[in-house]
Design a protein around this ligand. Structure first.
Ligand SMILES: Cc1cc2nc3c(=O)[nH]c(=O)nc-3n(C[C@H](O)[C@H](O)[C@H](O)COP(=O)(O)O)c2cc1C
Ligand SMILES: CC(C)CC(=O)C(=O)O
Length: 359
């Protein structure tokens, strides 16, 4: 049966995936409270539409850090796409570029960033790729990978800052899944010193990474910097003061510190702290066009999706990712129409209200 929504894509992906790899993609930290909260928090928010506005059919395009995206939905960085499909990040890149939206390529991809960029370039004249970075204490490597991302044409660095240690995933412990299968590599890590080239075990998630490293990145690259995973309003404010260009409000899909708040619940606090000085993106639990519109109402310029892309990829490679992105696009346009909005910028705070119990 053909999936008609993102959740049905997950069910199909689950049938197709090795159960150990399904657990890696679906799983989250410890009791998995945050990953569930990300989705259920959207349910607690109701949309209160405006009527009789005579709005035009919605145009979905947005500008993010100078790049045009055809919709306010971009691709969160996720590692190891080859576990989902042999075409791996090549398929994801083609689907994102064809959809006219931004792919945030993960540093821990199983296809090298140069090859991801080349693939995107085959289907769109001017595709936008951003590069996600885990700052490594090996500063020589960190600088070298930034140069590779620049040379490949990436237009922003997305620096993940919610990972001073690896989240504890009990599903992976139970399945003894701690490394990529033979024959799969993190293709961006071949130059990282200190272990088998390309092995994910070489990555250091270090509590010693600090604002000083961000200042250093700012010195070595002209690329805009997006901070991914700062949820505390004081950190959001510090980020703006340090010249960060945008924030991706994220709890890593519940995979790092369990019991962090749902991102949609935290978004208003971050928005209040930054006072519109930098654009905000949000990821975590976005599964419907209604979720997209709620995030826009609460202060996001755009959302990003992680697992939905992996479900599409696992279900049907490039075509699956395309279907997932087009479903979310169509649902978002439909929701905007039903709310009386002619585009993302027409969505206002008053369209969302918290309800006491679930619908
Ligand atoms: C399988 C998987 C791998 C991920 N890998 C990365 C990564 O390498 N770097 C990163 O910053 N975030 C990573 N994330 C987090 C995503 O970027 C994103 O924050 C999260 O998936 C959003 O939630 P959603 O899956 O509910 O859409 C990963 C998430 C998943 C599910
Ligand atoms: C290997 C991990 C560090 C990749 C990641 O960020 C994740 O699985 O959430």
């Amino acid at each position: 049966m053909d999936p008609v929504n993102v959740r049905e894509f997950e069910a199909l992906a689950r049938e197709r995936l090795d159960p150990v790899h399904y657990d890696y993609f679906a799983g989250a930290a410890q009791d998995e409270i945050t990953v569930r909260a990300n989705e259920s928090a959207f349910v607690r928010l109701a949309l209160v539409p405006r009527v009789l506005r005579g709005a035009a059919a919605p145009a979905l395009d947005v500008t993010l850090l100078g790049a045009d995206a055809s919709m306010p939905i971009v691709l969160s960085p996720t590692a190891f796409h080859r576990l989902a499909h042999p075409d791996a990040e090549r398929a994801t890149a083609r689907a994102a570029a064809a959809a006219g939206t931004i792919m945030i390529a993960a540093m821990l991809s199983t296809v090298a960033i140069e090859d991801i960029a080349a693939e995107a370039g085959k289907v769109a004249a001017d595709p936008t790729l951003w590069f996600q970075l885990y700052v490594q204490p090996d500063l020589g490597f960190t600088e070298a990978i930034v140069r590779r991302a620049e040379a490949a044409g990436c237009r922003a660095l997305v620096v993940t800052v919610d990972s001073p240690a690896l989240g504890r995933h009990e599903r992976n412990d139970r399945n003894a899944f701690h490394d990529l299968p033979a024959g799969m590599r993190c293709e961006n890590l071949r130059e990282l010193r200190g272990g088998e080239p390309g092995s994910v075990r070489q990555v250091v998630l270090s509590p010693e990474i600090s604002w000083r490293h961000l200042d250093r990145l700012r010195e070595i690259t002209p690329l805009p910097i997006v901070l991914k995973g700062a949820l505390h309003p004081l950190d959001a404010r510090l980020a703006v003061e340090r010249g960060i260009d945008a924030l991706l409000v994220s709890n890593h899909g519940g995979r790092q510190l369990d019991t962090m708040p749902a991102t949609i619940d935290q978004l208003p606090f971050v928005a209040e702290a930054v006072e519109g000085r930098v654009p905000l993106l949000l990821d975590g639990g976005v599964r419907r066009g209604t979720d997209v519109v709620k995030a826009l109402a609460l202060g996001a310029r755009a959302v990003a999706v992680g697992r939905p892309v992996l479900w599409g990829l696992a279900a049907d490679g490039e075509a699956g990712v395309t279907r997932v992105l087009e479903m979310l696009r169509a649902e978002t346009a439909h929701t905007l129409t039903l709310c009386g909005c002619d585009g993302p910028s027409a969505v206002t705070r008053d369209l969302v209200r918290e309800v006491r119990c679930c619908h």
